[in-house]
Design a protein around this ligand. Structure first.
Ligand SMILES: [Zn+2]
Length: 508
């Protein structure tokens, strides 16, 4: 609770916002619509305030999009007894009061007069409380524009309106072709078929990743392997809805343009066009348009009796499917969309034998746990990701007849109670580093290093550099020898680390 001058400001804003919302509703609602509209707003607002309070989330169009794309297993994890209590208090009670209000019918002219009087009074009241502190209020509005995402119900109503508008504006037809000039370098004689595995992690932050320098070793198995690691990669967004499409688009965060990303083809369409077999294997909430029209498989919640609970599967469920995909002849790119550290039910993301940091928070109601318990559960989930990736690498290394590579990168980070903030999805400009910084790592088989001319030591020496999700699209094209005018060598992590191809004639 604020104190002193802040309390005055807080009270003033509360009165002003309430008065303004009253004025707007008084202008719009009629005798017949007032009850149903207010009832819907009460319930929706109670839901919104619960998640805003609990997890310090802002409701902007991106957050609302996350909510609308939530599937049933995700939603189930968020339904808790505390939510029930909150709804009873903040929706049930107002609804009861609403049902008792008598609406009197008045002659048209009198009703109009009363209405106008009430609206004027509300506007005057708002002005009276704001003007004495106008400088403070205007600087607050200017410097903390994101604060508007905290005002219910305007935050979710305006976000919904903006989402609906962009959905209407989005073209329904096929996606616009990108990199129309793309082509592959001819394969060298005797070159073995390639397999590139792109593992997209979920909610794994650098701050808790052993290989990124976390004091706890949450990556003991990967540490034993010979990998190139980028400890801190700047994510494109702070949510799956933003980061996943952005990773597979040429524009990245530097020229972020959501409408363009949704309208255009992705990296996978380009790879498919130049002759790679492409497959998206999903243990999460879908490919967000990245794999539109391309082969994809979503793992059902009951796909494996040992690894699934009927709603969700542990990430190891992807391994046999990856192995089956690799039976296909030809060059192959497989995307694995991992469930990773998907919150808030971190404790559901690993089997019992990975419950190594204890005590753990064994509830999706984070407020029922201490921050230390939440971090323990989160870290155990990273231990399990470490194990799944190491198992995948062991399999890839033993693959006899392919030049293979694995690139792992997390989609965004997570807040685990720092400054009272939980989960992710804060507007990028104000999101803490823990939501923006993610680990990335890479393994390339000896055969692939040879056939691509990539110098692994050079990569390792450059891996400390500032790297972002923006590098992903261009690096994959570079590694796979795909040439196009869209490819930006300055964003290709391999570009500075390639020897001339062994097949090129020696210079005279
Ligand atoms: Zn995500």
């Amino acid at each position: 609770m604020p104190d002193g001058p802040d309390l005055l400001l807080f009270a003033g804003l509360l009165i002003a916002v309430t008065a303004l919302q009253f004025a707007v509703l008084a202008l719009l609602l009629t005798r017949r619509t007032v009850r149903p509209v207010l009832a819907v707003l009460f319930v929706a607002t109670a839901f919104a305030t619960f998640y805003m309070d609990r997890y310090s989330v802002f409701i902007n169009p991106e957050m609302l999009q996350n909510v609308l794309h939530t599937d049933w297993p995700e939603a189930r994890e968020l339904l808790t007894p505390e939510l029930g209590l909150h709804l009873l208090l903040y929706a049930g009670l107002p609804l009861m009061l609403l049902s008792r209000v008598q609406i009197r019918e008045r002659p048209m002219s009198r009703a109009l007069g009363t209405r106008l009087l009430a609206v004027t009074a509300a506007l005057v009241l708002a002005a009276l409380v704001v003007f004495p502190q106008f400088r403070t209020v205007s600087s607050l509005v200017r410097n903390h524009r994101e604060a508007r995402h905290l005002i219910t119900p305007t935050n979710y109503l305006s976000s919904g309106f903006r989402l609906a508008r962009s959905a209407v504006a989005a073209p329904a037809g096929p996606r616009e072709v990108i990199a129309a000039d793309a082509h592959r370098a001819a394969a060298a004689a005797g070159q073995r078929p390639r397999l590139l595995v792109l593992a997209i992690g979920e909610t794994v932050r650098s701050a808790n990743f052993g290989l990124s320098g976390y004091a706890r070793d949450t990556t003991p198995e990967l540490r034993k392997l010979d990998l190139v690691t980028w400890p801190r990669v700047q994510a494109c967004g702070t949510s799956t809805e933003v980061s996943v499409p952005c990773l597979f688009a040429p524009v990245g965060r530097r020229d972020y343009d959501e409408a363009r990303i949704r309208r255009e083809q992705s990296l996978l369409h380009v790879l498919d066009r130049v002759g790679f077999k492409v497959l998206w294997l999903d243990n999460q909430s879908g490919c967000k348009g990245v794999c539109d029209g391309l082969p994809s498989e979503r793992i059902a919640g009951d796909a494996d009796p040992l690894l699934c609970d009927g709603e969700r599967c542990l990430d190891a469920v992807l391994l046999p499917r990856l192995a089956a995909a690799a039976m296909e002849p030809g060059d192959l790119v497989v995307v694995l969309h991992l469930l990773g550290n998907h919150g808030p039910a971190y404790f559901r993301r690993y089997p019992e034998e990975f419950r190594r940091f204890t005590p753990t928070c064994d509830s999706s109601e984070l407020s029922a746990c201490s921050d230390a318990e939440i971090v323990n559960a989160y870290d155990n989930a990273i231990l399990y990701t470490d194990h799944v990736l190491a198992a995948m690498l062991a399999w890839l290394q033993a693959l006899p007849d392919r030049d293979a590579a694995l690139i792992y990168v997390s989609d965004h980070g997570e807040s685990l109670g720092e400054n009272g903030i939980y989960l992710h999805g804060l507007p990028y400009a104000i999101a803490p580093a823990v939501q923006r910084e993610v680990p990335m790592l890479m393994w390339l088989s000896d055969g692939l290093l040879e056939s691509t001319g990539v110098d692994e030591d050079c990569l390792k020496a450059e891996a400390g550099a500032a790297v972002a999700h923006d590098h992903f699209f261009h690096s994959v094209l570079g590694l796979l020898d795909v040439s196009t005018s869209v490819h930006e060598p300055s964003l290709d992590l391999f570009a500075g680390c390639r020897r001339p191809r062994a097949t090129a004639p020696p210079p005279r």
